[in-house]
Design a protein around this ligand. Structure first.
Ligand code: URP
Ligand code: ZN
Ligand code: ZN
Length: 463
């Protein structure tokens, strides 16, 4: 019997190495890497000459089928993971929400049901905690045992998701013991709400005021406060969707002091800016998410942060709402625009294009940012996040020369606009494999709803 599949003559790229080799796959795992791997009786041979062979992307921040802002995000686990696969992402970490009064198990079970039978590629969950009486702290340990090893807390959205500092501190103290990671939405929600109310009273209701009501200083302040709380609790901390240089400086200071503080940014903060909110009519609503878009000069600071490891990860915060009927709910009042933007499909190509293709950093750093580091921080490594013997055969055969213009007319996300409409990227996935099965080839989906599996993650401390 030969191998199930061999990817021949590609340039294998990991976070540390770049070399030409054949990669052999059997039973969904990588079983051999070498030169001139025997092809006799192989089920399928993929010629990757001139192409990169990357580990599948890991998007550590998505919101599929999520009720939010009076509606539900437009991609479910089938459409969302399919779009992700087209873009080279083969594992997502989504968020199960614990609503007030619920226990954590209820949240986890309900998101497992949403994904079951639908996901086309593998998935895992963080748990969003919105209400934390003492019993919930013990339930955190149970979830950790079941592979949900990170918890998102909000310092924004008063009355919906926001927790006070005492509660945040208690959760961090617990994660310092159970090995889990807190993912922090860091914005000063109370102060933002004061500005929001003042703006509405002054008749400032257009989408752009969503951004103007959330100054970078309020993001930086919350990042700094979160780091202080984590430091005293002795816990690691992961800042989600960091948007600006002010906040980045706070992460950098913490890391310079040796604290286990990490941060992700998202493609929208690297490619878009406050100027997008000046789109005609109500179109600025397409860019309403939190934290908001910032002044353009922040973009290069974030790219530099990625290059120098002040930022470790790029995730998408994919939270799609259609412009028609969903974003339009906020016509005349920006606070009613559902917060979130679509991006799950284009992370790989946007970061390759702006990173290695633009000469900002090399392909190894690219792999680290989109795959290896999220795998390591969130307990998926080495099963995911690298090309190594024994790892899952989640692989992207990537054409570094292929060009593509991003457009809602051709994307696979179930949403009626693209945040990145008209942007030309260099570098596109040609073939995408999930646990050894080809799920995208020649721009066609060849996978199956329900083929994705829930992945139990190890703890950050168990790395
Ligand atoms: O606007 C955003 N980011 N929507 C998704 C929820 C969140 O805060 O991540
Ligand atoms: Zn958030
Ligand atoms: Zn999010």
């Amino acid at each position: 019997m030969g191998f199930d599949t061999i990817i021949v003559n590609g340039t294998v790229v990991t976070a540390t190495d770049t070399y030409v080799a054949d990669v052999a796959i059997s039973g969904g795992k990588i079983v051999a890497i070498g030169q001139h791997v025997p092809q006799l009786n192989a089920g399928k041979i993929i010629d990757a000459t001139g192409k990169y062979v990357f580990p599948g992307g890991i998007d550590a921040h998505t919101h599929l089928d999520m009720p939010f802002g009076g509606t539900t995000s437009a991609d479910d686990f089938e459409t969302g993971t399919t779009a992700a696969a087209f873009g080279g992402t083969t594992t997502i970490v989504d968020f199960a929400i614990q609503y007030k009064g619920q226990d954590l198990r209820t949240a986890f079970d309900s998101w497992m049901k949403k994904a079951d039978g639908k996901a086309v590629a593998d998935y895992a969950f963080h748990c969003i905690m919105t209400d934390v009486p003492a019993a919930r702290l013990d339930e955190m340990n149970e979830l950790v045992r079941d592979g949900v090893t990170s918890f998102k807390l909000f310092m924004a959205y008063p009355g919906v998701f926001m927790l006070d500092d005492a509660t945040i501190f208690k959760v961090l103290q617990r994660t310092s013991k159970n090995g889990a990671m807190v993912c922090m939405h860091a914005e000063n929600g109370g102060a933002i709400d004061v500005i929001v109310q003042q703006m509405l009273a002054e008749g400032k209701t257009a989408p752009k005021y969503h951004a103007l009501s959330r100054p970078t200083t309020f993001e930086a302040e919350a990042v700094s406060r979160a780091i202080a709380l984590a430091e005293i609790a002795g816990a690691p901390l992961y800042i989600v969707h960091l948007s600006c240089d002010d906040a980045l400086q706070k992460v950098r200071e913490g890391r310079d002091r040796g604290l286990p503080v990490y941060a992700e940014t998202c493609p929208q903060y690297l490619y878009l800016s406050l100027e997008n909110m000046d789109a005609p009519g109500f179109e600025g609503a397409k860019y309403v998410f939190t934290p908001p878009l910032r002044e353009k000069w922040n973009q290069e600071k974030l790219w530099e942060g990625l290059k120098h490891d002040h930022l470790q990860v790029v995730s998408t915060d994919h939270c799609p709402f259609c412009f028609k009927e969903q974003k339009e709910m906020g016509k005349g009042d920006f606070t009613k625009i559902p917060n979130g933007g679509p991006g799950i499909e284009h992370r790989f190509s946007l970061i390759y294009s702006g990173g290695p293709a633009a000469g900002r950093f090399n392909v190894n750093r690219f792999v680290e940012i989109v795959s290896t580091t999220p795998a390591k921080l969130f307990g998926l490594y080495p099963r995911k996040g690298t090309i190594a013997i024994g790892s899952d055969a989640d692989i992207v055969v990537f054409d570094p020369k292929r060009e593509h213009i991003i457009s809602a007319a051709t994307h696979h996300m179930r949403v009626d606009y693209s945040m990145f409409e008209g942007i030309r990227v260099t570098g596109m996935p040609d073939i995408v494999l999930s646990r050894g099965k080809v799920i995208v080839e020649n721009d066609k989906f060849t996978g199956r709803a329900g083929a994705g599996e829930f992945i139990k993650r190890a703890t950050y401390a168990g790395l």
